[in-house]
Design a protein around this ligand. Structure first.
Ligand code: PLP
Length: 397
């Protein structure tokens, strides 16, 4: 037997499995609603103008490909801090926030998880029920026990807030609670501002460690609006970790641009923290790649390009909202027996549509692909495919 003969096949990634089936489908009218990617009205992943202009600018001043510092490009880390905490944030002025460039939002979560495992090894991690499917695996692979906290309410298609609060209040002090800062994946159900206030109180009173995952800043109500929750956590005091990603907001999926920011209680503590974060990075991949970070830093620091980015991001946000409106209006006509009004209240790229696994299976017979949980990517709908989707949903209900 070979060294590897006893190794089992790892379970397939459920979402990538959908894409494989979609790619193999020869129906030219096939539609993939299973993805986690924003498509424009032509069904294409956009290459943003602000990105193209930043790249053109970088091409004019070609530079050697030296290693970046372990914590990443300084201009990038600074731009991230200003975006995430607000340019006038006291944690930036007081040097209490540290930021390291990361390999996408996923990499940021993993650096944070590895870091926490070193300094809070016995903590349990809590993720929402349900959550982004990689959260559990990622924290487990860092060595943590991962539990769920109550989140989604199937009956209302919204948040079971009383249940969530009860879960938070039961957690042992020092527990790590992973919260979606906005645009909850997979449900699309977000907390209200008032509910966030109560969550922050519960986190404070329980001595919990909040880890905000912000993969969709700008896809909810706006860049500053979506980031407001980070600022509220900062104002409440206490430790805070924030992972953020530019995969969606810059349509830079394959460049892997994200960051981890950690808020400490003093500048001196922050310096020690940064040294440890660098150790985690150094022992994983040494230092991050240059290109994506340079593009994002250039856009964020160049007023003209930043204005363009804000417009383009608003365009994506508005188009998704329009697709929600259209889906609700069209389904009200095609399937009046069922109320889909909740789709309008959901936020971000996704909707838990309420479709069952069986119904999703029947949609697949029409070459329309969704996740078994009923999650659909609203950002994959467009003016050309929405009628076919609506007709198919009406048929399988
Ligand atoms: N966190 C959540 C909630 C996500 O939905 C995603 C991506 O889908 C990520 C993190 C990871 O982002 P990235 O692709 O930048 O690694």
């Amino acid at each position: 037997a070979s060294l590897f003969s006893a190794i089992d096949m790892a379970p397939r990634d459920p979402i990538l499995g959908i894409t494989e089936a979609f790619n193999a489908d020869t129906n030219p009218a096939k539609i993939n609603l299973g993805v986690g990617v924003y498509y424009d009205d032509n069904g294409k992943v956009p290459l943003l103008q602000c990105v193209q202009k930043a790249e053109a600018k970088l091409m004019e001043q070609l530079s050697p490909r030296t290693y970046l510092p372990i914590e990443g490009l300084a201009a990038y880390d600074k731009a991230v801090q200003e975006l995430v905490f607000g340019a006038d944030s006291a944690v930036i002025q007081d040097k209490r926030a540290v930021t390291v460039q990361a390999i996408g939002g996923t990499g940021a979560l993993k650096i944070g998880a590895d870091f926490l495992k070193r300094f809070s090894p016995d903590s349990h991690v809590f993720i929402s029920d349900p959550s982004w499917e990689n959260h559990r695996a990622l924290f487990e692979s860092a060595g943590f026990t991962v539990n769920n906290y109550t989140y989604y309410d199937e009956a209302t298609h919204g948040v079971n807030f009383e249940g969530m609060l009860a879960s938070l209040r039961k957690m042992a002090p020092g527990s790590i609670v992973v919260l979606h800062a906005c645009c909850h994946n997979p449900t699309g159900a977000d907390l209200t501002q008032d509910q966030w206030g109560q969550v922050i109180d519960a986190v404070q009173q329980g001595g919990l460690i909040p880890f905000l995952d912000m993969a969709y800043q700008g896809f909810g109500a706006g860049i500053a609006e979506d980031g407001a929750v980070v600022r509220r956590f900062v104002d409440a005091g206490g430790p805070l970790l924030v992972s953020n990603s530019f995969s969606k907001s810059f349509s830079l999926y394959g460049e892997r641009v994200g960051a981890l920011s950690v808020v400490a209680s003093s500048a001196e503590e922050a310096a020690r923290l940064l040294s440890q974060l660098k150790r985690v990075v150094r022992t994983n991949y040494s230092n991050p790649p240059q290109h994506g970070g340079k593009v994002v830093a250039t856009v964020l620091a160049t007023p003209e390009l930043r204005g363009l980015w804000e417009e383009e991001l608003a365009g994506m946000r508005v188009r998704i909202k329009q697709m929600r409106e259209d889906l609700v209006a069209k389904l009200a006509k095609a399937a009046p027996q069922r109320d889909f009004g909740f789709v309008r209240e959901q936020v971000g790229m996704f909707s838990y549509s309420g479709l069952t696994k069986e119904q999703v299976g029947k949609l697949r017979e029409e070459s329309i692909y969704a996740v078994d949980t009923g999650r659909i990517c609203v950002a994959a709908l467009n003016s050309k495919n929405i009628d076919r989707v609506v007709d198919a949903i009406a048929k399988v209900l």
